[in-house]
Design a protein around this ligand. Structure first.
Ligand code: NAI
Ligand code: MG
Length: 376
């Protein structure tokens, strides 16, 4: 196993010291991205105004498909240096109907996550009050998970190629890269996350029966790292069996860690089980805090509802709440989550959750709730 020095200190999460004065990059990008990001900005500004404990500025960055069509690039060449001047970034969604998804995704999001070493993608999953879980015999409180996705390597390393294009014997390879350093740091992050929660449970997802190299390394590293967290109870699941466990035994899960591809898929399933993609948030974290982290909804551009003003802003607002928590403003995080819970609990819901409210109505209701909470 690597020592902490060899890992360049990246084995442990660094705790934020709040600065109370934040500069955030706003990258709404495509589809419903601009609609949900502006909703989140409105709400966070209201949070700052009503709490009076911090100030926050959002700077708009126009990267996305329109920018690509104008300039030939999804982001500027100095993307990494530029982002490093901010405390964090709030992102919407990338993807447009007339650009192949692998161009847009690699052009923007994957050009940031890997190079900035935002190696931990954290996706909390809960059933919000007022919404119902999709499972039979499942109470809202039975689903309270944190999914941890390896976010900088694995199946999405971009390693591979194509040759003999168009021939019958054309070859395409997509090589999954698993480095010891990459697996160990995400495993430590997952054990620490489990340790910080009341139940202290961790499930490590792999496919180490049929994938006998990288996935076996995951198993070995999990076992080695587990020795440093004796108070965390952990188990292993193969990814296919994991889908069944999520549906049949949701209560048995707490924190779950897995590879980039496996958790991409499982987190969409989790979002559906909890109610809707419209409420699923995510954080792309650099736990060493050398680089700013990026916060975004799990969902994509949602072409079918773009421009209609009906997108559910909760996933992005919840992501913004996680951003405040990551910056060290844990009270602001809790206040914002409380406001969202109260609004959902009061039945002010968008259509994806069976409600009749539009984006603006939900946003305004959350702002009004923040005013109410501040005057209590
Ligand atoms: P999607 O998440 O955009 O939409 C799936 C379904 O969920 C649609 O019916 C949509 O209307 C609904 N939905 C999503 N977010 C919603 C919200 N906030 N409120 C209400 N309903 C919501 O996934 P899809 O259709 O597979 O992808 C569309 C585009 O988005 C593609 O170009 C894809 O590559 C891109 N994408 C980008 C992601 C990102 O930027 N992180 C993630 C997923 C997809
Ligand atoms: Mg996905």
């Amino acid at each position: 196993m690597l020592t902490a020095d060899q890992l360049d200190g990246s084995s442990a999460q660094v705790v934020a010291q709040p600065s109370h004065n934040y500069k955030i990059a706003s990258i709404p990008a495509d589809g419903i991205g601009p609609e949900v990001v502006s909703a989140a900005i409105e709400v966070v500004k209201k949070l700052s105004e009503t709490m009076k404990t911090f100030t926050i500025d959002f700077e708009h960055i126009p990267w996305g498909t329109a920018y690509y069509k104008k300039t030939g690039k999804y982001v500027d060449d100095d993307v990494l240096e530029r982002l490093k001047t901010y405390d964090a970034a709030l992102f919407g969604s990338v993807g447009a109907p007339d650009v192949p998804d692998h161009i847009s995704l690699w052009g923007l999001l994957l050009a940031i996550r890997g190079p900035l070493q935002l190696y931990a993608n954290v996706r909390p999953v809960r059933v919000f009050p007022g919404t119902s879980a999709r499972l039979r015999d499942c109470n809202a409180e039975d689903i309270d998970w944190v999914l941890v996705r390896e976010n900088a390597e694995g199946e999405y390393s971009g390693h591979g190629g194509r040759s003999h294009r168009g021939q019958l014997w054309e070859v395409a390879t997509e090589v999954a890269i698993f480095t010891r350093v990459g697996v160990e740091r995400i495993m430590r992050f997952a054990f620490e996350t489990a340790q910080s929660r009341p139940r202290k449970l961790l499930t490590v997802v792999t496919k180490s029966n049929s994938m006998r190299n990288g996935m076996v390394l995951w198993d070995e590293v999990a076992l080695a790292v587990s020795k440093d967290y004796p108070d965390v109870k952990w188990d292993k699941m193969l990814v296919d069996a994991m889908t069944v466990r999520m549906v049949n035994q949701p209560k048995s899960l707490d924190v779950v860690v897995g590879t980039n591809l496996h958790m991409d898929i499982l987190s969409d399933l989790a979002a559906a089980l909890a109610g809707s993609l419209g409420v699923a948030p995510s954080s792309n974290l650099d736990p060493t805090r050398k680089n700013p982290s990026l916060f975004e909804p799990v969902h994509g551009s949602a072409f079918d509802i773009t421009g209609k003003g009906v997108a559910n802003p909760v996933a992005t607002i919840w992501s913004a709440a996680e951003m405040m928590g990551w910056l060290g403003e844990s009270e602001a995080r809790l206040r914002l989550l409380k406001a969202v819970e109260n609004v959902c609990g009061a039945g002010i819901l968008t259509a994806d959750l069976g409600g009749k409210a539009n984006t603006k109505e939900v946003t305004q209701a959350i702002c009004a709730e923040l005013e109410k909470l501040a005057s209590k």
